[in-house]
Each structure stands twice: as C-alpha cells, then as structure tokens.
Design a protein around this ligand. Sequence first.
Ligand code: ATP
Ligand code: HMH
Length: 399
Amino acid sequence: MMVLVLSGFDPSGGAGMLQDVKILSALGIRAHGVISALTVQNEEKVFSVSFRDWEEMKREIEVLTPPRVIKVGLARPEVVKNLREMFPDSTIVWNVVLESSSGFRFQDLGEVREFTSYADYVVLNNEEAKRVGEHENFIVTGGHEKDDRIRVRYRELVIEISRVPGEFHGTGCAFSSAIAGFLALNYPVEEAIRAAMELLRKILERSSSVVETEKLLRDWHKYDVLNTLDEILPEFLEIGPLTVPEVGQNVSYALPWAQSEYEVGKFPGRIRLKEGKAVAVSCASFRDRSHTARMTITMMRFYPYMRCTVNVRYRKEYVERARKKGLKVYHYDRSKEPEEIREKEGQSMVWMIERAISELKSPPDLIYNEGWWGKEAMIRVFGRNPKEVLEKIKLMLKE
Ligand SMILES: Nc1ncnc2c1ncn2[C@@H]1O[C@H](COP(=O)(O)OP(=O)(O)OP(=O)(O)O)[C@@H](O)[C@H]1O
Ligand SMILES: Cc1ncc(CO)c(N)n1
C-alpha cells in the first residue's frame, strides 16, 4: 500500500513531510515523498519558505509507481493542477496551508481559490474556508476554536469528538495525511474522516506541543514485549518442574526505554508449581510489581540492552554446569552485605548487581546466592530477551 506525498520540509518534524511519513507509517502505508518546499522553522515560528520548481519535482514523480492516492501539503497551488493532469484518476487530498499558526503567510489566497477544484478533497480549517470560499470538496476542520469539542464538516456531514486539551503544531498535516491513508485503505471518505479524527485524538493524548506520532509508533513495543512473553511461556512451563523456586518464578522483559518496573512485562501472580506441573497464574502484563522486574531495571541502568531477568531455583549443579559451559557467574554472599544496604528496601539488589558488574567487568549471565534468614536460595539469569535467557537456563539443566 502506498501514498504519494508532496509536501514541504519542516526541519522540526512537527509538520510537513516528516509528519506525513510518520502518520502513514502508523497505518502501515509506505509514503513515496517528493519535497515541494523547503522551510526555515521550528515548533514555534516559521521564518522562510522556498517552493521547489515543478519541473524538478515532475522528474522525481515520473520514475515512481503511479499512485492511487496523493496527499499535497505545502506547495505552489498550481502543483495540484499539474498532478491532476499527470494522474487524472488518482484521489488527491490537498491540505491548504494559507498561514502557519504563527501567522506566516504560506500561500496566495487567489491562487488557492483557482486550483481547489482540481483536488478531490481540500482540507482546511474554518478560518481558511471562510477566506477561500466554500466548495463541496472541502473538509473543514475546527481550527483553533476554544470549546471542548472538535468539529469537522464535509458537505452535510458534521462529526464531533472531544478535544484533547492543548495546542498542537502540525495537526492539519497529520489529519490530512491520515485521511489520505484511510482513503488508500479503501475507506469511504466519511469513514476516513471519522477514523482520522480518532487517530489524531489517540496521538494527541500522547503529545505535548507538537503532534508526536513517534510516541504512537513507539508503543508497538508494548505489543511486542507482551506477545514475546506469551509466545515463549510454554517453553518455560515445560522446564518449570526443574526451575520454578518455592516463591514462584517470573520472566521479566522490559521495554527498550524502561525506567520503572511498570514498563517491564511480567506474569502477575508468577509461574508456580501445582501438582508437579508449572502453571502461569495470568498472561503477560505490565501491571503489578515484581522482584525480577526491579532487577531488570537495575541491570538496565548499567547495560540498557539487558532487558530480561528470570529467577530459577538454586541447585549447586546448575551453577557448576553454568561455570563449566562458560557462562559468567557471580556468587552473591549476603553475609557481606553492609548493614545500611540491607536495611533499605530494594537496595540489596542494586548492591548485588553493582558488585557483580565490578567483579566481572561485564554483564553477568547469572547471579546466585545461598539461602539467608528465611530467604530462599536463588539463581537469577540475565539476558537481552527471554529466548536468550531460556537458552542459558537450558545449559544449566543439561549435563
Ligand atoms: N486538541 C485536539 N484534540 C483532538 N483532535 C484535534 C485537536 N487539535 C486538532 N485535532 C485534530 O486535527 C484536525 C486538524 O486540526 P486543526 O483544525 O487544528 O487544523 P489546522 O488549523 O489546519 O492545523 P495546523 O495547526 O497544522 O494549521 C482536527 O480536525 C482534529 O481532528
Ligand atoms: C512544511 C510545512 N508544512 C505545513 C505547515 C503548516 O503547519 C508547516 N508549518 N510547515
């Protein structure tokens, strides 16, 4: 699936081509991009615009796959007519940008009026629509109205949703690209508008002053972490009778940027032995606290790529095999733990990992400790991901 985008380059990434590509990527759509203007601007202010020459752009377009849907952003208005002549049957969505929100005049009103009829849909806000003059192919957005609803009008259709508090740079670009994307997915235009409004709301709920579509794209990792854990669980259950400790086992797998245990996927309620079989009390989730999740966060402070920790019951032979097979093993002797560390909640694990790293001068594959004052002896296995940790555990189980 592809959409051809002709739009300006906003180096701050809030509007223009960088934003268009993010929105289309969020819909799984490839963008073919031809820059139609260069700008000097940041999130707050536009300083200058220079439009590209059509002949140059045409040469770039001619070698690309002919597009079914085209999105036009900041460009000379005649570009829309030129595109119509090149692609009489394509759907053209034109986001008119008369002025930036900081008041910079982008396009000439008369020129815009002259070329609106060449687009299938013209997206503009109500202030712009009043100035350009109504047309049946206009999709009119609320602009920067102050009430708590967002309204979009297309012919007799008016769609309303709740406004996300705040002012965001780049909403017009993002919204019109989302419409183009949903049209490319064969949504009828009314449904494309509705879906685009919903998508923008989801993005703006994650944004501060700019449309931060990258935050939405980033959240794919949440799906990947939980899916990875759920997919690998049966393999951990299979060896569970040999590995699950009295207190239960957890497989903790962190998001790439995790700094809190709630950004670490885990099995709330842990993996436990029931009548000799290992069972997980629940499927993978980011909710609840977990000791192994806190260990992962601690390890990631030193080695951000070490995103997985699993606790395993202690067996002398497991540790001996690990050493024999070349795994980096650290023995944590709790009796050497300073009093002030032992007293502070969660500090002993930091201390344990810091000692291991300073001794091994690299990430440990496993840290073990014997039992201590009612605490079960334990082995913690570390790795980049659950698959890697599972392999290390299997090395410990095999002669
Ligand atoms: N605060 C908000 N909450 C929810 N949706 C919003 C918000 N602001 C904008 N949108 C979505 O973005 C669409 C376009 O926004 P807007 O009306 O601000 O366009 P614009 O004025 O052309 O934007 P720009 O600031 O890029 O010039 C709206 O129709 C709506 O779907
Ligand atoms: C490149 C570009 N396109 C559109 C807008 C409108 O916000 C902008 N500021 N910059």
